[in-house]
Design a protein around this ligand. Structure first.
Ligand code: OGA
Ligand code: NI
Length: 343
């Protein structure tokens, strides 16, 4: 295979033969190999117009350059249970330590009539958009739509690589996925701190766009690897649910960020996650996880012991990174109660 040399480089996978149907099996095999060895890879030939992330990047920079009090008009506290809006530098904790980033929390924009919103499900709801700069909402919608498709495409390739039907994920987990989008601004780091400490992502698949600044690092089998910044590509990494579903054969790989460039870095991760009420079970053919498979995980928590719907797992994790918000926004309150799992 072309890009898999050692483990000192991240695989780069061209998705165009998968989109065109010309070499579906070849792409599926490359995805499978990358998922087993590293859990991180870069995709090109993804079909997304480069103007889509570029426009969101440009508008996000204008938003983050506004005075704090303007940004605070859409503070996350205003987003309530939907968990949308702006959080300031230091407002999110990873591994108990404040991150060196500010950000906008967004997601699939769901109105009050959506059944999940009507049922009071946390993390589902409407986006909060600022008055300035105009056009941000449209740029977010365009990016979220196009990049969600990249995620579904990779999941189809992954299903084939696992020997499953190409629509296996759609049928079991992602017919109505939870789609969250974040736009982060990382000021340059001086000194020794991290912009985001070591962690894994919680769900299925993260599809990340990053600007040219660099600073994202992945824990490969032989040590930390820098992810080369390439604004024309997307970086894919696997979340805890895929590690769980494959009994550890696929890796939910620890990663971290440190912006040592001299400019503000923008990154835009999209989290394509199982439906909130989906029960995440091993894929057909997965082995039993080895007894010590979680012994050295970054947070010491097992992904294999999880029980119940995906939403419960996610909320337990999210509460750790936003403790103050979790206390009020996630309190079920007397009127709504917790949505019942329907899966
Ligand atoms: C994350 C993450 C990396 C980045 O949001 O989970 O790892 O480059 N982000 O912003
Ligand atoms: Ni992450």
């Amino acid at each position: 295979m072309g890009h898999t040399g050692g483990v000192s480089d991240l695989p780069v996978i061209d998705l165009s033969p998968l989109r065109a149907g010309t070499d579906v099996d070849g792409v599926a095999a490359r995805i499978d190999d990358a998922c087993r060895r590293v859990g991180f890879f870069t995709v090109v030939g993804h079909g997304v117009d480069p103007g889509v992330p570029r426009r969101l990047d440009a508008l996000a920079r204008r938003f983050f350059a506004l005075p704090e009090r303007d940004k605070a008009r859409i503070a996350m506290a205003e987003g309530g249970r939907a968990w949308r809006g702006w959080f300031p530098l230091g407002g999110e904790l990873t591994g108990g330590v404040a991150d060196g980033k500010e950000g906008l929390y967004l997601g699939e924009d769901l109105g009050p009539d959506d059944d999940r919103v009507a049922a009071g499900w946390p993390l589902h709801g409407a986006n909060l958009y600022p008055a300035e700069p105009p056009g941000l909402a449209e740029a977010v919608e365009a990016h979220l739509g196009a990049v969600t498709e990249v995620g579904h495409l990779v999941l189809r390739g992954m299903a084939l690589g696992l020997g499953l039907d190409p629509d296996w994920f759609d049928r079991h987990l992602t017919a109505r996925p939870l789609v969250m989008l974040r736009v982060f601004h990382y000021p340059p780091v001086d000194g020794t701190g991290w912009s985001v400490g070591e962690h894994t992502d919680y769900g299925l698949l993260t599809v990340l766009w990053q600007d040219g600044a660099g600073g994202l690092e992945v824990r490969g089998p032989d040590g930390w690897l820098a992810v080369p910044p390439d604004p024309s590509a997307f970086v894919i990494n696997l979340g805890d649910m895929l590690e769980r579903m494959t009994a550890g054969a696929y890796r939910s790989t620890p990663h971290r960020v440190r912006n040592t460039s001299r400019t503000g870095r923008i990154s835009i991760p999209l989290f394509l996650d199982p439906a909130f009420d989906a029960e995440v079970r091993p894929v057909p053919g997965a082995d039993v996880p080895p007894a010590d498979s979680d012994a050295d995980r970054w947070d010491g928590a097992s992904v294999h012991d999880v029980e119940g719907p995906y939403g419960d797992y996610l909320l337990s994790k999210v509460s750790k990174v936003f403790p103050a918000l979790a206390a009020d926004a996630l309190d079920p309150g007397p009127a709504r109660g917790r949505p019942a799992a329907t899966a």
